[in-house]
Design a binder for this molecule. Structure first.
Ligand SMILES: Nc1nc2c(c(=O)[nH]1)N[C@H]1C(S)=C(S)[C@@H](COP(=O)(O)OP(=O)(O)OC[C@H]3O[C@@H](n4cnc5c(=O)[nH]c(N)nc54)[C@H](O)[C@@H]3O)O[C@H]1N2
Ligand SMILES: Nc1nc2c(c(=O)[nH]1)N[C@H]1C(S)=C(S)[C@@H](COP(=O)(O)OP(=O)(O)OC[C@H]3O[C@@H](n4cnc5c(=O)[nH]c(N)nc54)[C@H](O)[C@@H]3O)O[C@H]1N2
Ligand code: SF4
Ligand SMILES: [Mo]
Length: 576
């Protein structure tokens, strides 16, 4: 028997999966194109938490649930902190229980919020560009996005297209590109301003488009003139040649600019995104076939949740866990993935009842008083949407297991105990499914999303594109090293195979395997050196998930978007 499901992970690609009871395979038709990435190819090989524990002792699931009920009964101050370890919409059923019980939930994001805030400021709402549209473009610009690692299903679409990459790392796509601008990290805002300035000088602005819906373009051109060309190019590590070649490649072409989160891991990340968007508006890339600026973050567009209950919220970025007597952590590993680990640890230590509900043992589960294993996506019913496509996928239960409990079942037991009404699981899944319709391949396309992004215009107050109107660049581009902390090919953040090195360019003279202490304003971490000449000499790279990487990062929130800013702190290196 071959059953259909979908990858549950936090990923752009939305893979449809065929499961024969033994192996997971990618669906041949549609965007999955018959292949999965290493996480799913080896999914069932990774050790998971099999038994609940209380204060380090194995207990039964019934005992775990009665501990949980007792804790909730006695607590008057509960925080429900949920991440996206599993992207299924049914994961949110616990929000419903906790909010109904008066608990606090979270807002903000550890991921993409700064960039999204920039998009909303310029365009009013965030519309993703579908892979079908990306396929129709002639030039693709990967701007702070690493497709071989994080969106490999886009790669087959690149055939016969020209590719430009803006990335401080010579990623695989950069080494194959027609142009790679190996910019300094955080140089993007100024680079986009200079591209815009030269585009105006060249007379290549799309005058029909700006005349119709981007009236402030002349003010923006004036703003770009405040950027000193020579000094800024030197400061950001680019050349006039890069600008010329970039504009030459895109001239008169259908261009898709595909942005990742790499550009916005800074306090002013929203402005960086908005500068790139402003350049795209001058080019008239919105509302046209095969053109656009794609980002993430819009996975919920057109999907209303039956689980939403009004609740107090605290930010996910700098959460004061110590303000709560009970913290219920689900689908996330804050002790590894939140910024400023020492602060997170000190806060979690103050919590009387720390509960972890997840699949894998990790830094957070080890610290928890009560650990409740979850079921994998193969063992429960769910449905999901994505931030890279306009589709939804059903994830039906395909396998029995005695391990763990599903989110719905946990919420059902808690709702029963505390007299909160909950509908049947199927009713919720049917609700989500009803927000889509089947396309010609039988895939579930979300209703109401435009095929060509912004074909119905922008949703800003006046319907015009709102250009970036001030530039306040206040970042030290010279001293110390830039910290790049991006995604590893072998892990999904802190799940699966975790990296353990600090990568540097060999020209710095360090030796492979030697121990280096990496120090920032916030903290330090000691790791083995890995030599990596894909890096600029002024950058060090430590992958997301690496133990201790977030000792280095600040818990400040981005100016706009309530988002973490993992690359705001610069670092120093010392041999130990
Ligand atoms: N294998 C794998 N896939 C994943 C994940 C994973 O952990 N592993 N995580 C998933 C998640 S949660 C997300 S949000 C997505 C994110 O996926 P991406 O958007 O691809 O994000 P990153 O890998 O963080 O960064 C992308 C690129 O930005 C570059 N970069 C860093 N700083 C800058 C900068 O200042 N300017 C520019 N121009 N580039 C910069 C990095 O060198 C990197 O090549 O991936 C998802 N997919
Ligand atoms: N230094 C640095 N830090 C980062 C980033 C970075 O690039 N660099 N990236 C940031 C980004 S973009 C993101 S999105 C966050 C991600 O950070 P997290 O949300 O913490 O992501 P993961 O590390 O993947 O942890 C997911 C957890 O979900 C649990 N899980 C998986 N499936 C299920 C399930 O079905 N049910 C339940 N209950 N649990 C499940 C697993 O046990 C796993 O521990 O990290 C952020 N932190
Ligand atoms: S590429 Fe993304 S969606 Fe596809 S199997 Fe891997 S993690 Fe899942
Ligand atoms: Mo993310």
């Amino acid at each position: 028997m071959n059953d259909l499901s979908a990858c549950p992970l936090d990923c752009y690609d939305a893979c449809s999966i065929v499961y024969d009871g033994v192996k997971l395979r990618g669906l041949k038709k549609g965007f999955t194109q018959g292949f999965l990435c290493p996480h799913l190819n080896h999914y069932e090989e990774f050790a998971r938490i099999e038994k609940p524990t209380y204060k380090g002792e194995d207990i039964t699931m019934d005992e775990a649930l009665s501990h949980l009920k007792n804790i909730i009964k006695k607590s008057d101050n509960i925080l429900h902190y949920r991440g996206h370890g599993n992207f299924g919409l049914m994961q949110e059923v616990t929000d419903y229980f906790f909010a109904s019980r008066g608990a606090t939930l979270t807002d903000g994001t550890l991921c993409d919020g700064a960039g999204e805030a920039g998009i909303i400021a310029g365009r009013g709402h965030n519309d993703i560009m579908s892979p079908q549209q990306i396929a129709k473009s002639e030039v693709i610009v990967f701007w702070g996005r690493n497709p071989h690692t994080t969106s490999s299903h886009l790669l087959p679409l690149l055939k016969e297209k020209q590719v430009i990459v803006i990335d401080p790392v010579k990623t695989k796509i950069a080494s194959q590109a027609d142009l790679h601008v190996q910019l300094k990290p955080h140089g993007d805002l100024q680079f986009a301003m200079l591209l815009s300035r030269f585009l105006c000088i060249e007379g290549s602005v799309d005058s029909e488009f700006v005349g119709r819906c981007a009236a402030e373009h002349e003010d923006f051109y004036e703003l770009t003139q405040t950027i000193r060309i020579k000094a800024v190019l030197e400061e950001i590590g680019a050349t006039l040649g890069d600008i010329g070649r970039f504009l030459e490649i895109i001239n008169g072409k259908k261009v898709a600019i595909i942005c990742g989160i790499g550009i916005q891991k800074y306090l002013d990340g929203a402005d960086v995104m908005r500068a790139i968007d402003s350049f795209a508006a001058l080019l008239g890339l919105f509302g046209k076939e095969g053109c656009g600026v794609s980002y993430l973050g819009a996975s919920r567009a057109g999907i209303d949740s039956p689980f939403t209950v009004k609740a107090k919220k605290v930010s996910k970025v700098d959460t004061k866990f110590g303000d709560f007597d009970t913290v219920f952590i689900q689908g996330t590993n804050p002790l590894n993935q939140m910024p400023d680990t020492a602060r997170v640890k000190a806060e979690l230590e103050k919590v009387e009842n720390l509960i972890y509900f997840g699949l894998y043992e990790n830094q957070t589960s080890k610290m928890a008083d009560l650990v409740i294993p979850a079921k994998t996506f193969l063992e429960k019913n769910d449905i999901r949407s994505y931030y890279g496509t306009h589709y939804m996928s059903l994830m039906p239960k395909l396998k029995e297991s005695t391990i763990g409990i599903s989110e719905y079942e946990l919420a059902r037991i808690l709702c029963d105990e505390f007299g909160i009404e909950l509908k049947k699981e199927d009713e919720y899944i049917d609700h989500f499914k009803s927000l889509s319709h089947e396309d010609e391949d039988g895939l579930l396309k979300i209703k109401g999303r435009s095929e060509i992004s912004y074909e119905d215009g922008f949703s800003t107050d006046d319907g015009e594109f709102a250009f970036l109107d001030t530039v306040d660049v206040d970042f030290n581009m010279r001293d110390d090293f830039f910290l790049i902390t991006c995604k590893s090919p072998s892990s999904l953040n802190s799940q699966f195979k975790i990296d353990d090195k600090v990568y540097v360019n060999s020209s710095l003279g360090y030796i492979e395997g030697q121990m280096l202490e990496v120090v920032s304003k916030t903290g330090s971490v000691t790791l083995h050196v890995g030599l990596d000449n894909r890096l600029r000499a002024d950058c060090v790279l430590i992958y997301s998930g690496t133990n201790g990487v977030n000792n280095l990062t600040t818990c400040k929130r981005s100016y706009e978007g309530n988002s973490a800013v993992f690359q705001e702190n610069k670092v120093k290196l010392t041999v130990i």
